[in-house]
Design a protein around this ligand. Structure first.
Ligand code: SF4
Length: 442
């Protein structure tokens, strides 16, 4: 249902966003259709196989920098800058990794890109590998989406057969081997260093940083990791120029972004819109809040991002800067809409359970703290809360923040603090009245 809604509704902006969704219907994913849409043209251009002189590695990186493209997996780090960190003259093996391990509650964009347009990711990875002088890459695909893995494998076979992957690509001196890797279904494997551990065949647990993957990544070698949607944006940028991509969005927030809109809307799905689109417009595209209901709150960037009440989110535009200024994060672009029928205590209980369940257990504040958070919210939800619980909740969350190896600890604490900040009276009313709520089904 999600996929159908996503593809159908994403046609609306095809004049601005041809690179990922436009014209895709689930049956035209193959290399023949992709090439007919202009696919692999960017690769031909950089390799000088379209009659031109080709682009140097520096020119490719400069174009990506000019585009203002920022990592679409959640962190929003400038992609061109990240590529420039790769030590190009490193004498040993270097690696390129695509992070397709999306597991953030609410996020479902990467699986659609890989399902409906896998070659755009392959082409984006080949261009990235060329720019950084990398000869081996992996796409780490979330462990619970088997069809997507099979689709990507089939696309890889097509690309190899057509000479776009392998030794001496299109008769050039550039070679790149790309492999799909099936993940193991754990949320934490989407954290880049845990992903690398998992890819090496170990338990998927985050590493201390530094060293960062650019110097010590897969098998201890220099590695660049980008999100699926990030790679998918690259061919369009090379074909149309960095300035054109930047112009699709707004300064410091270049291009378009896919938002996975879920929750209490009439038409949930993936919507690709220019960065800087007003939230009200995105909500309208998703059919608006369910009939007869009012907007109560929105989690704008996946479950890790702090919730924003309706009065704040309705004033926001959908880009990194606007959402940050409002006190939250754009994250992966998973927009979870909650109407006025939602109990915020129950919502937080679900989120807290998720993070407790997904903590890898390496560091004490996260391993123990996420459990404390869930037990406290569960107690309040069951109508057994105590007046001091709100302060204890805030204290536990504060003591997790910034004291863990990876960002999961912060991701568990931030929703709690935001709920207390914006919806404290709702929690206190439940503690005061001791009215048990229906148990969540999760
Ligand atoms: Fe593991 Fe949590 Fe520590 Fe991250 S913060 S390393 S998930 S225990």
């Amino acid at each position: 249902q999600f996929q159908a809604a996503g593809v159908e509704t994403c046609f609306h902006d095809r004049h601005i966003t041809p690179q990922i969704y436009a014209g895709l219907n689930g049956s035209n994913w193959s290399i023949k259709d992709y090439v007919a849409r202009g696919g692999y043209q960017a690769l031909r251009t950089i390799l000088g196989k379209d009659g031109g002189e080709g682009l140097t590695q520096d020119q490719v990186i400069a174009t990506v920098k000019e585009s203002g493209l920022r990592g679409r997996g959640g962190a929003g780090f400038p992609t061109g800058l990240k590529w420039s960190f790769m030590p190009r003259q490193f004498p040993g093996q270097k690696y390129l990794v695509c992070n397709s391990d999306e597991g953030e509650p609410g996020t479902c964009k990467d699986r659609d890109i890989l399902m409906y347009n896998p070659h755009i990711v392959i082409e984006g990875m080949i261009i990235a590998a060329y720019a950084m002088g990398i000869s081996v890459g992996y796409n780490y695909i979330h462990g619970e989406i088997f069809q997507v893995y099979e689709r990507f494998e089939a696309a890889l076979e097509e690309a190899r057969a057509a000479g776009y992957l392998g030794d001496g690509i299109l008769g050039s001196g550039f070679s790149f081997q790309l492999h799909a890797h099936h993940g193991f279904g754990a949320y934490i494997c989407g954290e880049e260093t845990a992903l690398l551990e998992s890819l090496e065949g170990k338990k998927g647990q985050p590493r201390f940083k530094p060293p960062f993957p650019a110097s010590f990544g897969l098998y201890g070698k220099p590695t660049t990791i980008n999100n699926t949607e990030t790679f998918a944006a690259v061919p369009w940028i090379i074909r149309n120029g960095g300035a054109a991509y930047l112009a699709c969005g707004k300064p410091n927030n270049g291009g378009t972004k896919i938002f996975s809109v879920s929750g209490d809307v009439e038409r949930p799905g993936n919507y690709e819109v220019p960065m800087g689109t007003p939230f009200s417009k995105l909500l309208e595209l998703a059919g608006g809040v369910r009939t007869g209901r009012q907007l109560k709150a929105v989690i704008p960037g996946g479950s890790s991002s702090p919730v924003l009440p309706a009065s704040i989110i309705m004033e926001c535009t959908m880009d990194y800067d606007s959402i940050a200024k409002a006190g939250s994060m754009l994250g992966s672009g998973a927009v979870i809409v909650m109407d006025d029928s939602r109990c915020m205590v129950e919502s937080l209980k679900r989120l807290s359970y998720f993070y407790m369940h997904e903590s890898c257990g390496q560091c004490t504040p996260c391993r123990e703290g996420t459990g404390w958070l869930w037990r406290l919210v569960d107690r309040i939800h069951r109508g057994e809360g105590r007046p001091a619980d709100m302060d204890v909740l805030d204290s536990v969350a504060s003591n997790i923040m910034g004291r863990t190896i990876c960002a999961l600890g912060d991701a568990a604490a931030m929703p709690v603090r935001a709920m207390i900040k914006h919806f404290r009276p709702e929690f206190e009313a439940l503690i005061r009245n001791k009215t048990p709520q229906a148990a969540p089904s999760a």
